[in-house]
Design a protein around this ligand. Sequence first.
Ligand SMILES: *Cc1c(COP(=O)(O)O)cnc(C)c1O
Length: 231
Amino acid sequence: MADALAWQRIHDYCTQHGVTLVAVSKTKPATEVSALYDLGQRHFGENYVQELVEKHEALPTDIYWHFIGHLQSNKVKMIAPFVHLIHAVDSFKLLAEIAKQGAKCGRVINVLLQLHIAKEETKFGMDEKEVLECLAYYKAQITDMAHVRICGLMGMATNTPDEAVVKQEFGGLHNFFTYLKDTEFFGQPDFATCSMGMSADYEWAVAEGSNMIRVGSLLFGARTPVAEKTV
Ligand SMILES: *Cc1c(COP(=O)(O)O)cnc(C)c1O
């Protein structure tokens, strides 16, 4: 069940810290999204394309939908008409496909580039060198990129209770974010979002400079393991 008290607490925390709260509703029914919507929550995050499309159709049109999972290029067209922000762009190929689909539906689609910061191999994302290569391609093909807007970086820390490890990873992501802001994106105010922090580590992320957190289980309760599919 959506937890109204937890929502109020995290919402207030975010307001105090100038952070955007993305409520991660993956695997949870639309009725639970509605419950938080009624309290005033407007940013929701989903991992699975089909589920996002269904919830978008069922729920109010003033919701900002975030796609936070690994996105396959062939599925971009399904969410391009309405998605507010795609968090986990991990290749130039995907970026180019988003630009193409943005052009087809006459939108400029907001994206974040995903930086791999965790120790786990399983997590997606680019290393710093790959991000710079991706940006080099982006600049070289800038005339084809009019329908995509790079708004910042996203990352996931190692799943560990070790505060020092997690903070070091988030700190590294934020440093790279600041570096890009001052160099590649100098003078471009759209490059302003550093998306890091989930239920277990959002306070550490904000301490390290996050301005967008993605919180699921604290708001909606634990997800059943079977629902933790990977597509
Ligand atoms: C599921 C998910 C979250 C939310 O995780 P919780 O631990 O439930 O808060 C955040 N970000 C991404 C990319 C996710 O897949």
